[in-house]
Design a protein around this ligand. Structure first.
Ligand SMILES: [Zn+2]
Length: 258
């Protein structure tokens, strides 16, 4: 299992620092949207930036790249089809982001939906999924279609169940309130909400989650379940095909005030 340091940025972003198995003082930053808290953490803990992984082009994920690279060039990887800073090596489905000297390596999945070229990095029993999969939720559809997002989430849901899910925002409590609006009888979601509220009361992170947990509590990974299909069809007032079920749940969440 990787050693990972969490860096908080903006109001609810997480930037993940992955420690190199071969030298734990060297770290790879995932989606450094702000250089300042990353640099502060590096200094405080005596760490050295050794690489950067980018999932998509939004500023809260890439805004710190130029400042970090000004301190010294490091291997940088990003999506093949999005404009991101830092002149990264451009990756798509099936490619690998290798940091050979560090003992780190990640496979790339194309996960369009939140943005058109969003990618995720899988390796070392973890997935870094940016704004595609959140704990108990998923990203908004800014550029992609419901069909694309549903396929991207199905790809992530098919990862081994122990895979740790490192998403980029602390949205879990609000997401779980929505999970329970969709599936009021989901006991796993109710128990997880209570646990997450306790963590947040202590200002602790609810992330990472894991794939097993998400299959149990995340309505966007449960669109094939009868309870979720029925909730979506009740709102729509008609029968829905699988993509329409996903789209109806996503649209419901967009307007959900808790
Ligand atoms: Zn985003």
């Amino acid at each position: 299992m990787l050693q990972i340091t969490q860096v908080r940025a903006f109001s609810d972003n997480y930037i993940w620092l992955l420690h190199a198995p071969n030298d734990p003082r060297q770290v790879v930053a995932v989606d450094p949207g702000d250089a300042v808290p990353v640099q502060r953490t590096l200094t405080e803990r005596g760490l050295k930036l050794a690489g950067i992984l980018l999932t998509h082009h939004h500023a809260d994920h890439v805004g710190g790249v130029v400042d970090l690279l000004r301190e010294g060039a490091v291997p940088t990887f990003g999506p093949a089809n999005e404009a991101v800073p830092g002149e990264p090596v451009r990756l798509r489905q099936g490619d690998v982001a290798p940091f050979a000297a560090l003992g780190l390596s990640f496979e790339v999945l194309d996960v369009p939906g939140h943005t058109a070229g969003h990618i995720a990095y899988v390796g070392h029993d973890a997935v870094f999924c940016g704004d595609t999969l959140f704990s108990a939720g998923c990203g908004r559809l800014f550029e992609g279609t419901a069909e694309q997002m549903a396929a991207s989430l199905a790809k992530l849901a098919a990862l081994p169940e122990q895979t740790q899910v490192y998403c980029a925002h602390e949205y879990t409590v609000a997401n779980l309130k929505f999970s329970l609006a969709v599936e009021p009888d989901n006991a796993a979601a109710a128990a997880y909400l209570q646990r997450c509220q306790e963590l947040r009361a202590r200002d602790e992170a609810t992330v990472p989650s894991n794939i097993r947990q998400e299959r149990n509590v995340n309505p966007f990974l449960r669109c094939h379940r009868e309870s979720v299909i029925q909730a979506a069809e009740r709102r729509a007032g008609r029968r829905l095909n699988p993509t329409e079920v996903f789209a109806a749940i996503r649209q419901w969440k967009d307007g959900f005030k808790g």
